[in-house]
Design a binder for this molecule. Structure first.
Ligand SMILES: NC(=O)C[C@H](N)C(=O)O
Length: 342
């Protein structure tokens, strides 16, 4: 269950029955960070609480009865599977509460798409679940966090956002957890979608969707049970002359599956593939070939029968899906079919 959270709107002792109830789950990231001056936009420190984030945007209380819960307060590179599993349980419980209209998760942008995709595959709800973050710390001139948070809460309180899976909001754009990825390490307008497109845009803080709700083809759902962590799945990056020994190193350190961020549409060197085949013969662990390019489809003819391909999923999303499939004890043929549908 979600620990009891009281309204974060100071002076609002009663819920306003005309406004939607929205819970914000804080996990950290730049949106929750502070620099030592208002021009500092690198090397700032995470640590601003979810209460302080909400207090900084009193306008949130005009559009929702907002409550906050601190799940973690870390850079998103430090989000681990234990935090993911807790977060999924909290959001599932919040969405099962009839009085909740939607959930918001604030998160570092570096791995935001991984958490969004994880929640998309593990939270069962028709209600809006919206993730947001920021590219500038809360102390910066023109910090982007406050308006991103406002738009995320607005979206979580909107009926039009239902039945669209987990949504990602940053810099006015509304994207799907399935297709949105971080594209630029520094700029504000970093989240946009792959070929499959954006879902909508904010005009004067009103969400405008381009189309009625739709669901990604063959989208699975995974129930996470009472797991405390996810199986180890490593990602190996493809490059010329990729070191074949890394496959074995990954297996020996406990990997239960490997994602290859392959060259082109999932390619890998011949010597690397032979090393992977040897490790596959020894362990039978699933090996899924994705792409190191920003966009595209990894699939088609594989050289070796053990190779699986990730379809449109990028390596980091393929990893989340493989972890969840392994957690649910999918066999290799089921995993192959799962990825074949993506
Ligand atoms: N813009 C950000 O949020 C980056 C930050 N390093 C993170 O936690 O992901």
């Amino acid at each position: 269950a979600v620990p009891h959270v009281s309204s974060s709107c100071k002076g609002h002792t009663h819920q306003n029955g005309n406004l939607p109830n929205v819970t914000i789950f804080g996990t950290g990231g730049t949106i929750a960070s502070k620099g030592t001056s208002n021009t500092q936009t690198t090397n700032y420190k995470v640590g601003v609480t979810i209460e302080a984030l909400v207090e900084a945007v009193p306008e949130l209380c005009n559009i929702s009865n907002v409550s906050g819960l601190q799940v973690s307060n870390v850079d998103s590179g430090s989000i681990n599977s234990t935090i993911l599993l807790h977060l999924a349980r909290y959001v599932n419980a919040d969405m099962a509460n009839p009085i909740s209209h939607g959930s918001v998760v604030t998160h570092g942008t570096d791995t935001l798409e991984e958490t969004a995709f994880f929640l998309d595959l593990t939270v069962k709800t028709h209600k809006p679940v919206v993730m947001t973050g920021a590219m500038r710390p809360s102390t910066a001139i023109s910090a982007d966090g406050p308006l991103n948070l406002y738009q995320a809460v607005k979206l979580a309180g909107s009926d039009e956002a239902r039945d669209r899976g987990v949504l990602i909001v940053l810099n006015d754009r509304i994207g799907s957890a399935y297709t949105t990825t971080k594209n630029n390490a520094n700029s504000l307008d970093t989240f946009y979608a792959t070929e499959q497109g954006q879902l909508g845009f904010f005009i004067d803080q009103v969400p405008k969707f381009y189309s009625s709700p739709s669901t990604p083809r063959n989208k699975p759902h995974f129930s996470i049970g009472d797991a405390d962590f996810l199986p180890q799945v490593d990602i190996l990056y493809g490059y010329q002359d990729a070191n074949p020994a890394l496959v074995e190193a990954s297996v020996r350190s406990g990997a239960k599956g490997i994602i290859f961020a392959g060259v082109g549409a999932g390619g890998w060197s011949e010597s690397g593939l032979k090393a992977a085949q040897r490790m596959y013969n020894e362990t039978g662990i699933p090996m899924v070939f994705s792409r190191r390019t920003e966009d595209g489809f990894a699939g088609g003819d594989s050289i070796y029968s053990f190779q699986m391909t990730s379809g449109f999923l990028n390596p980091q999303k393929a990893r989340i899906m493989l972890q969840l499939a392994l957690l649910e004890n999918y066999g290799n043929e089921e995993i192959r079919a799962l990825f074949y549908g993506q």
